[in-house]
Design a protein around this ligand. Structure first.
Ligand SMILES: *Cc1c(COP(=O)(O)O)cnc(C)c1O
Length: 368
């Protein structure tokens, strides 16, 4: 029997919500879009939310709305999904990678200031694996240097930092709804902000640059990054079940942590006492004496037994495009590289059973 790496949590409510949209003519630009946005505004307590067709699109629009373009630098971790850095590159900006904390796996605030130059425009912390980045020192640095803060919360819906919700900690935040995220719309993303200018620009640019000049009036360069009403209906139903979905994931995470913690051959992500993680994945980091090849072999062996496993995340700065375009090299970010070489993501979703968790852990332990 296969145990997949992840699985979306879809109930009858979601199927009925999608069906209901299909009974109407409003498949796009209909009422489900503002309703989905309203669900985010209510949940996060933010003024504005803009639904778009992917987390990556959401990130691109925030970069554009913040006016980040050719020659501008944005500080970002390399231990993240590729989109966190790609969104800076789309309009000619330059990601400046800063190393991560060896325990929390999030951007290390103590290393940010050394990377700031006269061209730096923004800090782009990522809430890696559902744990908010350490935002208070990040905000202090941003304020001192006059920089924007853009929070990539694509993995962190439902997480909190000192009681404040992930996604609301910077000038703008984004979420993604690919099927491996806490909630899914198939594909989709959301921009959240209290900044009216970001809101206005992002909503115009998601819809071909339209702004009060009718269907064929285009106030600025825009895109078709719209999210359909079908996707939004799915998202609304998922938001209606959010607490249940998050609680199921937490329950499975606790089963895993009870079995995995304190193991002599690997460690888990450290959760800061001020943070409440929203469980996104279950990742272990092997001890330093493991080579990357040994790690890959363990992943391969797990897969052979029908157990989904992966190497979240390979460093962004060592992806071919970044090596070619920016001249990035191994050795630039030693903490990130040592971590990336030794991570294993285990199967994780809210409906794993205790016996499946046992099977994964026993298979893992027998390979160490
Ligand atoms: C999922 C994710 C995104 C956005 O991905 P999409 O597939 O475009 O929705 C961005 N950043 C991080 C860290 C992610 O995990």
């Amino acid at each position: 029997m296969q145990i997949p790496l992840s699985r979306p949590d879809i109930s009858q409510a979601e199927r009925e919500a999608v069906q209901a949209v299909l009974m109407t003519p409003n498949l796009s630009l209909g009422p489900k879009v503002p309703e989905f946005e309203q669900a985010f505004r209510d949940y996060l307590g933010v003024k504005y939310a803009v639904a778009v067709n992917s987390g990556t699109s959401a990130m691109h629009l925030v970069m554009r709305a913040m006016g980040i373009g050719r020659g501008d630098e944005v500080i970002v971790p390399s231990f993240t999904f590729i989109a966190s850095a790609n969104c800076i590159m789309f309009d000619g900006g330059r990601p400046v990678f800063v190393d991560v904390d060896p325990d929390t796996w999030n951007i290390d605030p103590a290393k940010i200031e050394a990377a700031i130059t006269p061209r730096t425009k923004a800090l782009l912390p990522v809430d890696v694996f559902g744990q908010p980045a350490d935002m208070d020192p990040i905000r202090r640095i941003a304020d001192k240097h006059g920089l924007r803060v853009f929070e990539d919360s694509c993995e962190a819906l439902g997480a909190t930092y000192k009681g404040r919700k992930a996604g609301t900690l910077g000038d703008a935040g984004v979420f993604g709804f690919y099927p491996n995220k806490q909630i899914t719309t198939g594909e989709g993303g959301m921009i959240v902000t209290n900044d009216e200018a970001i809101y206005k620009l992002a909503s115009s640019m998601r819809n071909q640059g339209r702004e009060g000049m009718g269907w064929l009036g285009h106030a600025r360069l825009g895109y078709n990054y719209r999210l359909s009403d079908i996707n939004c209906a799915l998202g609304i139903a998922q938001m209606g079940r959010l607490e249940e979905i998050l609680a199921n994931r937490r329950n499975v995470a606790e089963m895993y942590v009870a079995r995995l913690k304190g193991h002599p051959r690997f460690r888990l992500q450290k959760i800061l006492p001020d943070c409440r993680i929203s469980w996104f994945v279950m990742v272990i980091r092997l001890n330093d004496d493991y080579t990357p090849a040994q790690r890959d072999q363990i992943i391969e062996n797990l897969r052979k037994q029908g157990i989904g496993a992966s190497n979240y995340f390979p460093p962004v700065h060592l992806q071919p495009f970044y090596v070619e375009e920016l001249g990035c090299k191994r050795g630039m970010l030693p903490v990130c590289e040592a971590l990336s070489d030794r991570t294993i993501a285990l199967p994780f979703h809210g409906h794993l059973t205790e016996s499946e968790v046992d099977r994964v852990c026993e298979a893992l332990f027998s390979l160490l």
